[in-house]
Design a protein around this ligand. Structure first.
Ligand code: GAR
Length: 201
């Protein structure tokens, strides 16, 4: 299945998707970053995947940025759009256009800790467990239907950094697994919930 991956940073999730691409039956047609310094761009280039930089600072409004991003994505006619550390709030027009085709990974056990600094916030809240979630993207920030989660125990001596590191290890397993469900046609967005093999998640 043809997919496009959107990134903003290191791209370690992108790397795990690249490494698993043939197993998960995904052809990564392009990697798009809103940040020209994103290390993930180099990861894509090493794997001969076309890359694009579309910097949000160059656009007068969020809507204009999203329209241009959408035009770029559509050149590749992808069946799946993968947000792998893409740190941008998207307009409702954009998310509606790709409803049911766009997946995001978020570093928390949603609905807990939407937004930024999730690891520190989990520590500050005295949580015993933390983790990552993959969800369908809707207009609600980090709020679309959850597909799957992976959790880790929070240890007594954890820092945000040590916790992030363990959560990332889980992310690198979780995201390719969920993407494969999608490429196999097992995963759909029905109204306000996700289904796997016809069963509500
Ligand atoms: C990952 O932890 C991902 O879950 C998070 O950004 C990191 C990107 O790392 N995404 C979000 O916070 C989205 N709200 P990576 O560039 O190494 O894959």
């Amino acid at each position: 299945m043809k997919g496009v991956v959107l990134i903003s940073g290191s791209g370690s999730n992108l790397q795990s998707i690249i490494d698993n691409a043939s197993v998960i039956e995904l052809n990564i047609e392009a990697v798009i970053s809103n940040n020209s310094n994103a290390y993930g761009l180099q990861r894509a280039q090493k794997s001969n995947i076309p890359t694009h930089i579309i910097e949000h600072q160059s656009f007068a409004s969020r809507a204009q940025f999203d329209q241009n991003l959408s035009q770029l994505i559509d050149q590749y006619t992808p069946e799946i759009i993968i947000l792998a550390g893409f740190m941008r709030i998207l307009t409702a027009e954009f998310t509606q256009k790709y409803a049911g085709k766009m997946l995001n990974i978020h570093p928390s056990l949603l609905p807990k800790f939407q937004g930024l600094n999730t690891h520190q916030r989990a520590l500050d809240a005295g949580e015993k467990h933390h983790g990552a979630s993959v969800h369908f993207v809707t207009s609600e920030l980090d709020g679309g239907p959850i597909i799957a989660q992976s959790s880790v125990d929070i240890l007594a001596n954890d820092s945000a950094k040590s916790l992030a590191k363990r959560v990332l290890i889980e992310e690198h397993k979780l995201f390719p697994k969920v993407i494969h469900w999608y490429t196999q046609g097992r995963l759909t967005l029905n109204h306000h919930h996700a289904t796997l093999d016809g069963q509500k998640l």
